[in-house]
Design a protein around this ligand. Structure first.
Ligand SMILES: [Zn+2]
Length: 255
């Protein structure tokens, strides 16, 4: 997703937003087919696009996806739910030769893979996030060097309850680029966005799914607000409550 012009009431600007997608070129004479991962990326990036296009704020600084890093992936991840939504799926997931709609049995298999290896994936990711926080929270006089670095890492993981030989952190300090470039102390943002996302998907399911009314509510409370309002206030206005972690645990098969 690329925002060419940010929406702004102050500058009387309408948003100009585009999705550009790199797709593997098919063999000569054959159609371009998308993998499930590419389909999800498409829906994800379109979620970012909606965040930019529905923006309705005064200042361009707060327009669309100009929100904190631990919030920006939330609306885009919510939009991914529509990829497997029955009415939507029936529209695009058809066999390219026979026109047959994707059988439920096949979809169930695809969806079942989403919980594969989540114990490992979640733990190695959280270990790296907590290590990032450990670095963030020490004073300049406490910064370890040389041999001390390994001891610092070990103690940080121990204190966070994720010190396991079988599951090392996804990144170790010496090659953990996120802790210096942009993400500084914000590597946790991916999973926090997913906490908000999973809880929001439950809201849609509890409230009748894909209806105009639900879409308007999400647009009014969230997609149109950009960074003009505190993210937690936006979430509460949408969800009617603070975020709940349970839906994420269920989605990942960890409950
Ligand atoms: Zn994204």
């Amino acid at each position: 997703m690329l925002e060419y012009v940010s929406q702004s009431d102050l500058l009387d600007q309408a948003p100009v937003v585009a999705n550009h997608m790199n797709i593997t070129k098919p063999p000569r004479g054959e159609p371009t087919l998308l993998t499930w991962t590419q389909v999800n990326t498409l829906f994800h990036e379109f979620g970012h696009a909606l965040h930019g296009m529905f923006s309705d704020v005064k200042y361009p600084t707060f327009s669309g996806t100009n929100v904190p890093r631990d919030f920006v992936e939330y609306p885009s991840q919510v939009n991914q739910m529509w990829a497997a939504w029955p009415e939507v799926l029936r529209n695009y997931a058809v066999h390219h030769e026979t026109g047959e709609i994707m059988p439920q049995e096949l979809l169930d298999k695809v969806l079942a893979t989403q919980t594969f290896n989540q114990g490992f994936a979640t733990t190695e990711y959280l270990a790296a996030s907590l290590l990032d926080q450990a670095w963030h929270q020490i004073g300049p006089d406490k910064v370890p060097s040389g041999e001390e670095l390994l001891a610092f890492e070990a103690s940080a993981l121990e204190q966070a309850g994720v010190a396991m030989d079988e599951i090392p952190p996804r990144y170790r300090s010496t090659y953990f680029l996120h802790i210096t470039g942009g993400y500084s102390a914000g590597y946790y943002a991916y999973i926090w966005s997913e906490v908000l996302d999973a809880d929001s998907v439950v809201w849609f399911k509890e409230n009748g799914g894909m209806t105009r009314e639900n879409g308007d509510h999400f647009r009014k409370t969230l997609l149109s607000r950009g960074g003009a309002e505190d993210p937690m206030i936006q979430f509460r206005n949408f969800r009617g409550a603070e975020p709940d972690i349970e839906p994420l645990l269920v989605r990942r098969g960890l409950k």
